[in-house]
Design a protein around this ligand. Structure first.
Ligand code: ADP
Ligand code: MG
Length: 233
């Protein structure tokens, strides 16, 4: 079954009255449980596409269905709620609150969820997510004292704290050394094995080759969708 279906999707930015067609009739599907890499040169529209999939950006034309629900028909409140419940996003620059502790950062998305939790329950959920990324021993530490790899783990813990079906990551290893990159990729593989669908934007072909399929984007157009790991599909 497809977790998401994107049909003829177009996205345009207008800057200083000039129209920039960033995504041009994009079409693709992602199956439930798939691990997908998105590759392409800088400025080709990868982050924009990821932000649209994560419902933090909108689009003008086309269709985006997530589990058969048409996202473009949702108002912003509905799509925020939908995002919080179903999607975990690891943004390009971690986007953590540096002065907060590790566990406080991971707890943040829980405050926007429906349902009543007391603070103890929220903390327990955050600690569970931190265990999954191997950082529960640093839960009280301030984020600004962490290394790049540790910050990336906190960002991943925050993305999975609501147990989303879809995890999105924008160049999650872009700023990390080879060894730390490999550890972060192991983490994404583990999450994928647990049943999360994963979409990773990357410049690194070695990382893309570890995924089930690779979507190649160039100048806002999908050039190819290649299956790497056919046995899984
Ligand atoms: P990539 O992630 O592949 O490097 P982006 O999706 O960030 O590419 O950007 C694609 C194009 O969209 C670029 O030309 C960029 O300048 C433009 N763009 C991205 N975000 C915005 C924005 N918020 N406002 C205006 N233009 C944008
Ligand atoms: Mg980008």
């Amino acid at each position: 079954m497809n977790i998401l279906e994107i049909k003829d999707l177009c996205k345009t930015y207008i800057v200083n009255k000039r129209q920039n067609n960033v995504l041009k009739n994009v079409n693709f599907t992602v199956s439930e449980g798939e691990m997908v890499a998105v590759m392409g040169p800088s400025g080709s529209g990868k982050s924009t596409l990821l932000h649209i999939i994560g419902c933090i950006d909108t689009f003008e034309k086309g269709s985006y269905k997530f589990m058969d629900k048409e996202i473009s028909r949702m108002n912003s409140r509905q799509s925020s709620f939908f995002r919080n419940k179903n999607v975990g996003i690891v943004l390009q620059d971690f986007a953590l609150i540096e002065s907060y502790s590790v566990v406080e950062n991971v707890m943040l998305p829980l405050y926007f969820s429906k349902g009543k939790f007391n603070k103890k329950k929220l903390r327990e959920k955050a600690i569970t997510a931190l265990k999954a990324v191997g950082l529960d021993n640093l839960s009280e530490k301030s984020v600004h004292k962490l290394s790049g790899g540790q910050k990336q783990r906190v960002a991943i813990a925050r993305a999975i704290v609501n147990n989303p079906s879809l995890i999105l990551a924008d160049e999650p290893t872009g700023a990390l050394d080879t060894q730390t990159s490999a550890e972060i990729m192991d983490l994404f593989h583990k999450l994928n094995e647990k049943g999360h669908t994963v979409i990773i934007v990357t410049h690194d072909l070695d990382i893309a080759n570890q995924c089930d399929s690779i979507i190649e984007i160039s100048d806002g157009i999908i050039k190819a969708c290649n299956y790497v790991n056919i046995s899984k599909n």
